[in-house]
Structure formats: C-alpha cells, structure tokens
Design a binder for this molecule. Structure first.
Ligand code: ADP
Length: 304
C-alpha cells in the first residue's frame, strides 16, 4: 500500500495552507506520481487575472472539493487540468499521473492521450439531447475506439454492455432508450456520470455538477460520485457552491478567491466563522443550505 507524507506543501497568501497536519494536501510518496500536479499556473483573460500562481496536488484516490464565490477561478482551473485551455505563456505546469498536460503555456506532446484519463462533467450536463441516453453514454468510448466506428454508431456488444452497466450503476437503467432531452436534470447528470464510467478515466473533474439540481437530486449525484471514488479509486475534484456538500462528501477542500488558492485542508475546518474570515461578504454565497432540514436546531447552522 502506498504511504503518503503528512505535511502541507506550501503557504497560501492568507497563511492557511501551512496550517497543520490534518489536511490532505500531501505529496505522493517517492516514485508515485500525483493524480494531478499543478504548479505556478497563471491565466489572464485580457486584464482579468483568472488564475494567479496556482499550485495543487491531488493524490490518487482522493475526493476533493473546490469552493469559491463566482468568478474566483474554479472553472478556469478545471478547464486547465482537463487540457481544455492553455495557461499564460511561460506560466505553469500541469501533470496528470506524471504525464505532461501543459508546460509554460504549451500543451505537452502527449496531452491528447492524457486527456482520455480525465473525465469532465459540467453543470449543464453536456448531453446531446436528440440522441438516446445509451448513445450519449457510449460516446464515452470514443477516446478508445476507432473514430470511424464511433462516428457510425457501430459499438460492439461489450461496449453496449458497458454502457448499460454504467447506467445501472448510476441508478437509471430504465431510461436507456429515451432521448436525453426527456430526462430530468438529475437523471441527465447521472447519465453524464455514466458516460465518464464508460470512458474508464482515472480522474473525474466535476464543474459545479449539482448547481442546477434540486436538493434530492443533488444529494443523489454526490452520493454516486462518492461511491465511484470509494469503489473504483478514481480521483475526484468537484467544484461546489455549497460548503455543506464539501463537508459531507469530501475530506479535503481547496478554496479559491480572486484566482488564488486561499485554503487547502480538511473540510471539517470550514466553519462559518472561518469562511467569513476567508471570504468576507462573499461567504454568504458559500454557506447556504439547500434544504432547511439540513440546518441545525435553534437557528445554528451545521458549520457554526
Ligand atoms: P468560477 O468558476 O469560480 O465562477 P471562472 O473560472 O469562471 O470562475 O472565472 C474566473 C475569472 O475569469 C472571472 O473574472 C471570469 O469573468 C473570467 N473568465 C473566465 N473565463 C473567461 C473567458 N473565456 N473570457 C474572459 N474572461 C473569463
């Protein structure tokens, strides 16, 4: 079994990153590549600095929440790790399981191949509405089957079985022949997760996967992500608005503000007081409960 060192790797601008042993910002042991290693990543859009010297290590099998108010840089970081965007010239390096995704504003030579190991799901589900759920899920095979076969929809029996198995795993086997557009939001997100299972990626990055969902669907989706993480050992980075979900499902949270990482440590440390300190007024955006039943009695919140 892999052993990990137990110390934080750096100091954030507000001094929270070095604050103890309990967090999980550990470096993988010698010779074991991190699932994700980001160093010195900066990204500007015109005058907007979306990422400022970001460094993150995610170890194999971790489930990590990424929180922050709107515009703090969560999506931008996710798009970079997924190999969908390139950082500012000369700024930063991203590796996935030791493979170079990008370096100094250029993609690595094997970035396309590495991208197959990184599945991404988005708030908007990104299914093709007019296609059946099965076909949408089988699209997850495309990185591994010859292009012509995928384009013609010629999937083999094992590939179809894998798609059916994935839909069963996320709890919606009955919708496989429906058009994706006929599913509820929660079902669409579960179908999107099924597609990532078929992709057989090693890392799943979810960009606000529950923001558009009702509380019950949101919990179902988070439960499925946690189950995949636990059972398949897939590393998961999930950006969230609601801190309560980070606390409930993710042992470790990375918090962003103005393009910087301002906290990286145990999710249990994210009390209301701490978040107010970290974010000021913007913390209100992060501590909302989605369901009054989640609030603690006597007006206290579970984070207080
Ligand atoms: P978050 O996901 O935390 O809401 P984003 O990563 O989407 O934040 O955005 C971070 C900052 O970068 C914001 O100021 C946003 O307006 C800006 N930004 C993100 N993507 C683009 C883009 N494609 N073009 C211009 N500005 C962008």
């Amino acid at each position: 079994m892999t052993t990990w060192t137990n110390s934080f790797e750096g100091t954030g601008p507000l001094g929270y990153l070095q604050s103890g042993r309990a967090g999980q910002s550990q470096q993988p042991g010698p010779g074991v590549p991190a699932a994700v290693a980001v160093r010195g990543l900066s990204k500007s859009y015109g005058r907007t600095k979306a990422l400022r010297d970001v460094a993150v290590t995610i170890r194999p099998g971790e489930m990590v929440a990424l929180i922050g108010a709107s515009g703090s840089g969560k999506s931008t970081l996710i798009r970079h790790i997924a190999g969908l965007e390139i950082a500012d010239p000369g700024h930063g390096r991203i590796e996935v399981f030791g493979g170079l995704v990008q370096h100094d504003g250029r993609f690595g030579p094997k970035a396309r191949t590495i991208r197959r190991d990184v599945a991404v799901i988005f708030q908007q589900f990104n299914l093709v509405g007019r296609l059946s759920v099965m076909t949408n899920v089988m699209i997850g095979h495309l990185g591994r089957v010859p292009g012509w076969r995928g384009t013609l929809g010629l999937f083999t029996r094992p590939e179809r079985d894998a798609a059916r198995g994935a839909l069963a795993r996320v709890g919606i086997p009955q919708v496989c022949h429906q058009r994706a557009s006929t599913l509820s939001g929660g079902q669409q997100q579960r179908a999107a997760i099924a597609r990532t299972l078929v992709q057989r990626s090693k890392i799943l990055i979810a960009d606000e996967p529950i923001s558009a969902l009702d509380p019950a669907s949101a919990r179902r989706v988070m439960n499925i992500l946690a189950q995949i993480n636990r059972e398949d050992g897939i590393s998961i980075l999930v950006s969230l608005h609601q801190v309560e979900y980070a606390r409930r499902y993710c042992p470790r949270t990375i918090a962003m503000r103005d393009g910087r990482i301002v906290y990286d440590g145990p999710s249990t440390a994210l009390t209301n007081a701490f978040l107010s300190d970290l974010y000021g007024e913007a913390s209100e955006e992060l501590v909302l409960f989605d369901d009054p039943a989640d609030a603690m009695p006597s007006g206290k919140t579970a984070l207080a």
